[in-house]
Design a protein around this ligand. Structure first.
Ligand code: PDD
Length: 275
């Protein structure tokens, strides 16, 4: 992709011009965290929430950052890019080692990298696959260590699927790059926040907004059996919005396409953020 505006350690340039050290701890250890921040009609969706989550991820790994400088840099990147509908990818890395070493030197400086790219926010219908959640025990940190997600999502891709729904011993956690919701005719359900899932910003916005509209929402512990009973299932993320699941390849379900409660929730989200 040409002409994507990026910023590396505070210097702006096009993405294909940026060079990094092979001793960046992002490269050797995935010792880095990230955010994906969407904007539509040049309006950032939930900027403060994304910045707060980035700060939390950095705190969890004891990265010392100046969050105000980072948030100003992200705003500058959006403005300079002149992209109207898109998202920012922004990564914070512990720094660059002198020589690869698991135990880092406290004096290394934080490394930052981001780019702004165009994105079409369109309704998606997803075929998914159920799979065992292979990941570590701190999925609440938005780390770039995503091998569990990547392995499962690419297995799913090879079977013609667009995403996965992961479970730990039959308890549903989340999608490979999304949170999960499902609904009966009366209520919307989603796994409660824990160290097993990412606290998705789209998830947070949706719960708040649909509750305000009088829709019943329950956060809890749900199993594959609960999914089988559901009338609709959907996945949420900053780039997908709400994407309904139309088929689970390796599981019979009772889902209806365009189920009333999904359509209502999708409309509330689009009216609030994608107009
Ligand atoms: N991923 N869970 C996981 C594992 C994710 O990777 C994501 C988003 C979400 C949804 O979070 P949010 O609503 O804040 O986007 C949940 C981003 C989009 C990505 O990695 O590209």
């Amino acid at each position: 992709m040409k002409n994507i505006l990026a910023v590396y350690n505070g210097s702006f340039d096009f993405l294909d011009k940026i060079k990094i050290s092979p001793l960046s701890r992002a490269y050797t250890f995935s010792d880095s965290v990230y955010e994906v921040i969407p904007f539509y009609n040049s309006k950032i969706i939930a900027f403060d929430e994304h910045i707060a989550r980035l700060e939390k991820s950095c705190e969890a790994l004891s990265f010392s950052i100046k969050i105000l400088d980072i948030s100003n840099e992200i705003l500058e990147l959006i403005t300079k890019s002149k992209v109207q509908h898109g998202y920012i990818y922004y990564q914070v890395t512990r720094g660059i080692d002198n020589l690869r070493s698991h135990m880092f030197d406290k004096d290394i400086s934080i490394e930052t990298f981001g780019y702004a790219v165009e994105h079409i926010f369109k309704s998606q219908s997803l075929k998914v696959m159920l799979c065992e959640d292979l990941r570590w025990q701190r999925c609440d940190i938005k780390s770039t260590s995503l091998l569990g997600n990547i392995m499962s999502m690419n297995d799913a891709k090879n079977l013609g699927c667009d995403e996965v729904i992961m479970h730990k011993n039959k308890i549903i956690t989340e999608g490979g790059a999304s949170n999960i919701f499902f609904a009966t005719d009366e209520c919307v359900y989603t796994p409660h926040l824990s160290k097993n899932i990412l606290p998705g910003i789209t998830r947070e916005l949706l719960i708040k907004d649909i509750k305000k509209a009088g829709i019943k929402v329950e956060e809890g512990i749900f199993s594959i059996d609960d999914l089988i009973e559901a009338k609709s299932i959907w996945l949420t993320s900053s780039t997908k919005g709400l994407a309904q699941v139309v088929e689970i390849k390796n599981q019979e379900t009772n889902i209806q396409i365009d189920h009333e409660l999904f359509v209502k929730c999708d409309k509330i989200f689009k009216d609030n953020y994608l107009t």
